[in-house]
Design a protein around this ligand. Structure first.
Ligand SMILES: [Zn+2]
Ligand SMILES: [Zn+2]
Length: 284
């Protein structure tokens, strides 16, 4: 994606692309997984993704759903799964029925309501789990889990011939191990930092950080968003290899965001922190 408004960040196992500013538009895509995280206003890069994970119904995250359905119909792309908080699923379905009625057509996408703690398969090697996020409307954080096929841990260090012999004899020498590879919070306040353990352990964490500046802590609490102070407060708990901050308020310029986080960032986070902004503003 060449658009200078978009950012692109290569992690060890996949690349995250997208655009995210509070109240304006938030969407990301991870092509290796065939997913979009939120859909903003329905930008071209997400239309071909078969799985869309919507964090909540605010329009800067979800307005693109009908357009996604319409564009896929136009381009003859079948299916399209749109995962939403279970509390909002019926309303999203009703919205799609209205669009179908107004346009005299039917759409192929499926709205899937997901409850906190519910896990669904995503292809053959991945699963996705919904977590509750604490925001002004029902909100889901999304965790992506990969199943990797490994030699059984108790067989590590044995020689090859021995393992081959066991395998020949019909003994299962491999085991499946689950890795949390990505956790996306969507919009939330500090409640998720207090209540959720999984987010601290995922390989890559994408966490909203709408507010940064001194004096904006009240605003963050009122609109139920995270202030960078909240992240700093929990700094010692993050085990993630990479932490991407998203959803900055538009009251801050890109320079201001980078400078402020540089100044306020606890040393333990500095090397792992990335910003969902185009270069040269992607790191601190
Ligand atoms: Zn938002
Ligand atoms: Zn929101």
């Amino acid at each position: 994606m060449k658009d200078r408004e978009y950012f692109s960040l290569a992690t060890e196992h996949f690349t995250i692309e997208g655009r995210s500013r509070a109240g304006h538009e938030t969407w990301f895509r991870v092509r290796e997984l065939g997913i979009a995280l939120d859909i903003g206003r329905g930008p071209d890069p997400v239309l071909s993704m078969p799985h869309i994970f919507v964090s909540h119904a605010h329009l800067d995250h979800a307005a693109g759903i009908p357009f996604y359905a319409g564009q896929r119909r136009l381009q003859r792309i079948e299916g399209g799964m749109v995962y939403v908080p279970s509390e909002a699923a019926d309303d999203f379905r009703a919205l799609m029925r209205l669009h179908e009625k107004m346009e005299g057509t039917d759409y192929d996408i499926r709205i899937v309501g997901v409850e906190p703690g519910q896990t669904l398969p995503l292809g053959r090697t991945h699963r996705v789990r919904g977590h509750s996020a604490t925001h002004r409307v029902a909100a889901r954080a999304w965790e992506f889990i990969e199943t990797r096929h490994h030699l059984r841990q108790d067989l590590a260090g044995r020689d090859r011939a021995e393992i081959a012999a066991l395998h020949q004899a019909g003994v299962a020498v491999n085991e499946d191990v689950e890795y949390s590879i990505l956790f996306y919070t969507g919009d939330t306040d500090r409640g998720i930092l207090e209540q959720n353990d999984a987010l601290y352990r995922s390989e890559v964490l994408m966490i909203e950080c709408s507010f940064l500046a001194e004096g904006h802590q009240d605003r963050a609490a009122r609109y139920r968003h995270i202030h960078f102070d909240d992240i700093a407060e929990f700094a010692d708990r993050f085990e993630n290899g990479l932490i991407m901050l998203t959803h900055f308020s538009r009251r801050y310029s890109r320079e201001e965001i980078q400078d402020t986080i540089r100044r306020r960032c606890p040393a333990v986070l500095r090397d792992r922190l990335r910003l969902a902004l185009p270069e040269p503003f992607g790191s601190v």
